[in-house]
Design a protein around this ligand. Structure first.
Ligand code: NLE
Ligand code: FE2
Length: 303
């Protein structure tokens, strides 16, 4: 009577990977998606063999990293340091008018300098100090299940290579500039950190379909979320905050804004088609976190 046929939820749960009990149960080496080592054809680094070699060299270090050990230091080249300097300098012009107040509050805690690309280990220690979060290096875009599961344990999987020099103002995939300038200042803010963790906790033991929906919720908040401040739109999503072009686009008359309903079907995510056409506009982090929690309850009450 307990046969899988009569209990479809039981049978589908049986093929899911075991629910991780700690960060040690989450592999970071064998679930890399997206461009990975083989950059897609429309990636700016696609025709640059040296760039690809450099990237995979940095990615290999991430694969070897063991939890508890310091994150390996990268000796960034002068060319790489120039990319960082340009990205930091240009973005800093827009932050005062385009970034949410929580971001602006946290930003000075990091003492970012155009002269040096910050190392993930020092950033991880700053996060630990303020919100107890940690960074774990990863070789590329991690599979959504492993990535979201990491958030449950206050762990942020981060790439360590840098975007291609040909376009410092936009990259279709995460790189160190995106991780640092987009995510780190937000993750030292407790209310935002809770929001991210709620999505992570919901992902523990979720079905593949639920993981997909949570990935979209993550995408439209942590990556591309906007927030209303005194009737103005400000960015809190890392994908906006790390791109000069996207920040300007967000404030232009082009995109539309919607309220987020975590129960509704969410639009398809786009990685490579340039800027977002639509952003979800939040009223506050606590309000959005509550909405996400209500959705999360439906996942874990299913059986
Ligand atoms: N478009 C962003 C940037 O240029 O920094 C990266 C988005 C990664 C999801
Ligand atoms: Fe990101």
């Amino acid at each position: 009577r307990n046969s899988p046929k009569e209990h479809p939820r039981v049978s589908s749960a049986a093929v899911l990977p075991p629910v991780p009990r700690s960060i040690h149960d989450i592999p970071n080496g064998d679930h890399i998606l997206g461009f990975g080592a083989n950059l897609a054809e429309d990636h700016p680094g696609y025709h640059d063999e040296e760039y690809k070699r450099r990237r995979s060299c940095i990615a290999d270090l991430a694969k070897k990293h063991k939890i508890g050990e310091p994150i390996p230091e990268i000796n960034y080249t002068t060319e790489e340091a120039h990319v960082w300097a340009e990205v930091l300098t240009k973005l800093s012009e827009l932050y005062p008018s385009h970034a949410c107040k929580e971001y602006l509050e946290s930003f000075p805690l990091f003492n970012f300098s155009p002269n040096k690309i910050p190392q993930l280990e020092e950033l991880s220690q700053i996060l630990q100090h303020y919100t107890g979060w940690k960074i774990r290096p990863v070789a590329g875009l991690l599979h959504p299940r492993q990535f979201l599961n990491g958030l449950a344990f206050k762990t942020f999987h981060s790439t360590q290579y840098i975007r291609h020099t040909s376009n410092p103002m936009y990259t279709p995939e995460p790189d160190i500039c995106h991780e640092i300038l987009g995510h780190m200042p937000m993750l030292v803010h407790p209310e935002f950190a809770d929001l991210a963790q709620v999505i992570g906790l919901a992902s523990l033991g979720a079905s593949d379909k639920e993981i997909w929906h949570l990935t979209k919720l993550y995408w439209y908040t942590v990556e591309f979320g906007t927030i209303e401040e005194n009737k103005e739109v400000k960015a809190f999503g890392a994908g906006i905050l790390s791109s000069f072009g996207e920040l300007q686009h967000m404030k232009s008359s082009k995109p539309t804004f919607q309220k987020l309903d975590p129960f509704a079907q969410l639009p398809k995510m786009s990685y490579k088609d340039g800027f977002q056409n639509m952003y979800f506009l939040c009223q506050s982090f606590s309000d959005t976190t509550e909405k996400l929690r209500s959705y999360a309850r439906t996942i874990h009450s299913g059986n």
